[in-house]
Design a protein. Structure first.
Length: 301
């Protein structure tokens, strides 16, 4: 198992026993830096024999390590992407893309979206338009040659199309950009179901919204949010599970035919902002609140 602490301790442990195998420190080992004052919140990525993560350092914004030993395989230096945002890691997690025929790691850092080649860490492309100077949070959505992402604080969202540039690199072209009034995801993330995105819209808000992925057309938007604050979203069995900051869970049909709120319930434990993303496994919904873990049976009867 692999985990990153808020202070940048990357830890590998044996799953069966919890025994430590190896450890790295983002600041000491990679000159790690966050884009702003909040701590690391990334989930590391395992890809084959590599463990990939985002220290945010000048010489190591993204690193690939041997997952068994922790030894460095490659480092990607902080690229020059554009004027918006701040240097350092964002609050996003790395995802894999095969866009343009090249396997690559895509993430949202303090300066916006960036991509590094999986084989050697070579910087491939960057997109500064979705960056802000406070907190870039939402993990990108990848589908084929396309990458979508958004950030809050009055920023917006954009879709890119990736293609080979003829020299072994990748070209990233903007398909569309949605301004903050049209769509912005503060934190809570997005899910892609078929040809449509589902997410909470608004800074510090989770207004349910459906967007056509390829065109950016707003298909529907709820008149009001079922709960208060931002909403973390998870998808399963034709439904999107919205977990609101206020501690309310809402079940929304994942359909472009219109907004349909199926049910809600109040989470029984709330010791702070109800922010952690939910997880669904084996027809069970897992909800964490600080040191409390709750499990719900969501199997269809």
């Amino acid at each position: 198992m692999y985990a990153i602490s808020p202070h940048g301790d990357l830890l590998c442990v044996e799953a069966a026993s919890g025994k430590e195998v190896w450890r790295k420190k983002f600041d000491k080992d990679f000159g790690g830096k966050m884009m702003s004052g909040w701590a690391y919140s990334e989930s590391p990525l395992v890809d084959g024999e590599k463990l990939v993560c985002t220290p945010g350092g000048k010489d190591a914004v993204i690193v690939a390590l041997n997952k068994k030993t922790g030894e460095t395989i490659w480092k990607c230096a902080m690229p020059t992407v554009g004027p918006k945002g701040n240097l350092g890691a964002g609050y996003s997690s790395i995802v894999i893309s095969e866009g343009g025929g090249v396997r690559q790691y895509v993430t949202l850092i303090g300066k916006g979206l960036i991509s590094a080649a999986a084989k050697d860490g070579k910087f491939l492309w960057g997109y500064n338009k979705v960056a802000n100077g406070t907190a870039n949070i939402t993990t990108p959505i990848v589908s084929g040659d396309y990458v979508f992402d958004s950030s809050g604080y009055g920023t917006g969202a954009g879709l890119l199309k990736l293609s080979a540039d003829g020299s072994g690199g990748i070209k990233a072209e903007e398909v569309y950009f949605l301004d903050a009034n049209t769509f912005q995801n503060h934190h809570g993330g997005l899910v892609l179901v078929g040809d449509h995105l589902y997410a909470g819209h608004g800074h510090g808000a989770g207004l349910p919204k459906c967007i056509d992925f390829k065109t950016g057309k707003i298909v529907w938007q709820a008149d009001k949010a079922p709960g208060g604050g931002s909403a973390a979203v998870t998808y399963a069995d034709g439904n999107v599970y919205f977990r609101y900051e206020s501690g309310l869970m809402a079940l929304v049909a994942a359909t472009p035919e219109g907004y349909k709120l199926k049910s809600t319930f109040k989470i029984p434990v709330k010791t702070g902002p109800s922010w952690p993303h939910t997880t669904i496994q084996d027809r069970k919904l897992f909800i964490r609140d600080n040191d409390t873990l709750m499990c719900y049976d969501i199997a269809k009867k």
